[in-house]
Ligand binder design. Structure first.
Ligand SMILES: C[S@@+](CC[C@H](N)C(=O)[O-])C[C@H]1O[C@@H](n2cnc3c(N)ncnc32)[C@H](O)[C@@H]1O
Length: 232
């Protein structure tokens, strides 16, 4: 991602928060995890502002159209797409993150449609979108699978679906990752949810890259990459 979970800046960040949609229980031994807003408020910028490498690799060759970025955070990907000429809608549960994305868009004279929603509760804007992209959403497994189904539904015929998460092997990679096993879903499992009659899976794989750990040492990590084309 564009931050400590794979960002070039390698910012140190607090522990991964519980998704706001996920019920939490807490006691003295298990204090509640921070919400995404609380997490964003802990630093002036949580992520680097750069676009994620997989997005740049896969979307650079696409003709600009309409795009939806699910869990857009501070807007690294959404603003990169807008700079390439895409008409972008970014959705995120955190108003703090979206305000930062809006400020950066304004500073650059870019127009990006930013919506504060919990996508696991409200669902997604109807679209359809020529590109639906989501990086490192960290939503619990069942909600995530339902959300990926929703992303597929709002992808236009002829459009592209790009869903990127952390590969489960990253738990022992030495970089900061969610410690909940149910935040990791293999790309092959996501691909299996797409109707083969309507979709061509271009990639469903763990993709290797390096990322700095909290001491600045480069570690090998893997992104779980689903890249699919919806037939026209
Ligand atoms: C790890 S960050 C990734 C941000 C961005 N995609 C990037 O790569 O820089 C995950 C983002 O997903 C958002 N998020 C988590 N759960 C969400 C939900 N249920 N609905 C909408 N956004 C959510 C968080 O607020 C956060 O901005």
């Amino acid at each position: 991602m564009t931050a400590a979970d794979g960002n070039p800046a390698g910012l140190t960040t607090p522990a991964e928060p519980t998704n706001p949609a996920e019920p939490t229980s807490s006691d003295a031994a298990n204090p509640p995890e921070p919400t995404w807003d609380e997490r964003y408020l802990a630093a002036p910028a949580l992520w680097s502002g750069h676009a994620n490498a997989v997005l740049v690799a896969e979307a650079s060759a696409l003709p600009p159209g309409t795009a939806l970025d699910v869990g857009c955070g501070e807007g690294g990907d959404a603003l990169w797409l807008a700079r390439q000429g895409w008409a972008v809608t970014g959705v995120d549960v955190s108003g703090v993150a979206l305000a930062r994305a809006a400020a950066q868009a304004s500073a650059e004279g870019l127009t990006v449609d930013l919506l504060q929603i919990d996508a696991t509760v409200t669902g997604l804007p109807a679209g359809p979108f020529d590109l639906v992209t989501s990086h490192f959403l960290h939503v619990p497994r069942d909600a995530f699978l339902a959300l990926v189904d929703g992303m597929a539904q709002v992808t236009a015929p002829g459009g592209t679906l790009l869903v990127v998460g952390h590969d489960r092997s990253d738990i022992t990679s030495g970089v900061r990752r969610p410690q909940h096993p149910d935040r990791f879903v293999a790309a092959s499992e996501l691909a299996g949810r797409l109707d083969p009659a309507a979709w061509t899976v271009l990639a469903a794989e763990p993709r290797r890259r390096t990322e700095a750990d909290h001491d600045g040492a480069e570690r090998t990590v893997h992104d779980a990459v689903l890249h699919a084309h919806r037939r026209a």
